[in-house]
Design a protein around this ligand. Structure first.
Ligand SMILES: [Zn+2]
Length: 248
């Protein structure tokens, strides 16, 4: 036992001494001590910490995790992600200063509002015909029909929310529980999530998702359609890999 331990220690010391004497040739022998498994042995105790974060304390832990902000520049359309709390930031592409404010509209609204944050149109909001609302996410719980809406990420229709699709631009369309959306003209979007009632001829580039309690009526064309249990679908359906994407 002692003999086995002895020579290995001596070997280690010998190699370090050899390295010191060797001068330029030291690099090779110096690598040997890095074989020690101690750092690796330290790692396993860290692993159990992760599951703890996803436990009951995860809500508290949430404040420690910096928020992840999906941002779409309202000047040039460039999309990027920033961690942490932001009030304003430069667009990395066009260098415009972008404001991250959250607006809750519950009064008379006119003119232009621009933010990379959220604009919420409440049922009390009185939207003027000159209103142009540009936001990252736009939440519609009131009558937004007179306004021009432009969302970098999504427009969400909540109960009582009304909008004019021809005056609305948004990649993702969300019909929240209790929300009702109908359009006589065809609607194209990137992703569609229906937890309320949606009635139109939809063309969806990404995922069309009908959540429990949601109802999708009319027509749906797209690459992916998911109807969760409890979700309703009464529509002409055409689901196929997008032809345009394959040709290029
Ligand atoms: Zn930009």
């Amino acid at each position: 036992m002692a003999k086995r331990g002895g020579p290995s220690v001596i070997d280690g010391l010998a190699s370090v001494r050899a390295a010191q004497h060797a001068g330029r040739g030291a690099q090779g022998p110096r690598l040997r001590p890095s074989r020690t498994r101690l750092p690796a042995a330290d790692k396993p105790p860290e692993a159990p910490r992760k599951p703890r974060g996803s436990g009951p304390a995860s809500r508290i832990g949430h404040t420690a995790i910096p928020p992840r902000n999906e941002i779409v520049c309202y000047v040039c359309g460039y999309a990027f992600v920033l961690q942490g709390k932001i009030e304003k930031t430069y667009c990395p592409k066009c260098r415009h200063m972008l404001e991250m404010k959250h607006f809750v509209l519950e009064d008379e609204v006119g003119g232009v509002i621009r933010t990379i944050g959220t604009i919420e149109i409440t049922e009390r909001a009185k939207i003027g015909a000159d209103a142009e609302l540009v936001g990252g996410r736009i939440v519609v719980a009131g009558d937004a029909r007179p306004a021009r809406l432009r969302a970098g990420l999504s427009v969400e229709i909540r109960p009582g929310g009304r909008l004019e699709m021809e005056r609305t631009t948004a990649p993702d369309l969300i019909v929240a529980p209790g929300g009702r959306f109908a359009s006589a003209s065809p609607v194209s979007c990137r992703n569609l999530t229906v937890s309320g009632e949606a009635r139109a001829r939809f063309s969806v580039e990404g995922l069309a998702l009908v959540r429990p309690g949601g109802a999708l009526c009319g027509e749906i064309r797209g690459a992916r359609l998911v109807v969760e249990e409890g979700g309703g679908l009464k529509a002409r359906v055409s689901v196929a890999k997008s032809e345009g994407a394959n040709k290029r």
